[in-house]
Design a protein around this ligand. Structure first.
Ligand code: NAP
Ligand code: ZN
Length: 358
């Protein structure tokens, strides 16, 4: 007897079959649209460095990589079907999906609207499972997504949709800690790493009213940093400039994807300064106790943001005319885009035009 055909919506995307493989076409099935679900026809999906970490199994053993893997958690598109109990969306609306698609809804973090910290573990948009812990999730490098309406975001059609896609991860991951740690008028905020997250952090922190400095290893990005609305630029490889900046920042938002010395960045904080880590290098990084105790400094972490705050961020970006600076690619260019992203050769986010996936 053959296995029963899986019921659902046939769709297709691009997947990788193991940590060394190239991406290629992949067909799979999304679940049927339930009473509280919406079906989104994906228009654009951003490429986050997390997609690289996970597709190349760089975060194992902390986060196992599951194959075939269809990454993508910066998703925007149009609603093409709604379940009969859906109230938040109607067919034709624009909608977004970020890093998670479900959570238990009952624990304290879920009730507090910080579903990303669900005690049972939220269902990640890809490289995870639905809350049943069996059904694998596939991400946004694909044509369609089925999601419960609560976990989808409302996207205003006013701005260029492709530039909104990266807000669903890079936007909220920088907005949430900037807000929590008080970025605003009178605050000196440094953004470490001018990549996908970093360039959003600069725009958002500046819109919040902070004085923004970019801490970068790439002197060639100085002009861009200023155009993105940074007030100052510090080449962290230049020892003299780094020495002059010691002890000057209230807040550092660390978006760096690779190994780097936390102690150096902590030295740039002033009294009671805070460094929030959002970038996730592969290996642990040693922190010298002196880097914290001298100056009463703190190091903190932050992971994306809850659904309500993600909506707040989207509305904030719409009001302040903030979108990502992107390079639009066809899905057939994905392997090349990964190579370029690893080399830091992107200004400042690759976004896949899903119309290229026939
Ligand atoms: P990205 O576009 O590749 O940007 C990373 C930036 O880090 C680079 O542009 C570069 O900036 C800097 N950098 C790279 N190697 C470096 C090194 N050896 N030393 C110092 N700086 C270096 O990556 P992304 O998409 O912004 O993601 C950044 C990190 O955040 C990744 O680790 C990702 O997994 C993580 N992330 C975390 C969350 C969360 O919820 N916490 C969410 C999304 C992503 P310069 O050229 O300016 O130096
Ligand atoms: Zn991401």
């Amino acid at each position: 007897m053959s296995a029963p055909e899986k019921q659902g919506i046939a769709t297709r995307g691009f997947a990788t079959q193991n940590k060394e493989a190239k991406f290629g076409p992949f067909e799979f099935v999304r679940r049927e649209v339930g009473p509280n679900d919406i079906l989104i026809d994906i228009a654009y999906c951003g490429i986050c460095h997390t997609d690289i970490h996970q597709s190349k199994a760089e975060w194992e053993p902390m986060i196992p990589s599951i194959y075939p893997m269809v990454p993508g958690h910066e998703i925007v598109g149009r609603v093409s079907q709604v379940g009969n109990e859906v109230t938040k969306f109607k067919v034709g609306d624009f909608a977004g999906i970020g890093c998670f698609i479900d959570s238990c809804g009952e624990c304290a973090p879920c009730k507090a609207g910080i579903e990303q910290y669900c005690v049972k573990g939220c269902a990640m948009s890809y490289n995870g499972t639905e809350m049943d812990r069996e059904t694998l999730t596939y991400g946004g490098y694909s044509k369609h997504y089925v999601i419960g309406e609560h976990y989808a975001l409302k996207v205003s059609a006013g701005s260029e949709l492709s530039g909104i896609a990266p807000l669903l991860c890079a936007g909220i991951t920088t907005y949430s800690p900037l807000k929590k740690w008080g970025a605003g008028p009178g605050k000196k905020v440094a953004v470490a790493g001018l990549g996908g997250l970093g360039h959003m952090g600069v725009k958002i922190a500046a819109a919040m009213g902070a004085e923004v400095t970019v801490l970068s290893t790439s002197p060639s990005k100085e002009k861009d940093a200023k155009a993105l609305s940074a007030h100052k630029f510090l080449n962290t490889k230049d020892a003299e400039s780094a020495k002059a900046a010691a002890g000057t920042f209230d807040l550092i938002l660390d978006t760096i994807s690779a190994q780097h010395d936390y102690n150096f960045y902590l030295s740039l904080l002033g009294l009671e300064g805070v460094m929030v880590v959002v970038g996730v290098p592969t290996d642990p990084v040693p922190v010298n106790a002196f880097s914290l105790v001298v100056g009463n400094k703190a190091i903190a972490g932050s992971m994306i943001g809850g659904i309500a705050e993600t909506q707040e961020m989207l509305d904030f970006c719409a009001e302040n005319a903030i979108t990502a600076d992107i390079e639009l690619i066809r899905i057939q260019q994905i392997n090349e885009a990964y190579e370029r992203l690893i080399k830091g050769d992107v200004k400042y986010r690759f976004v896949i035009d899903m119309a290229s996936l026939k």
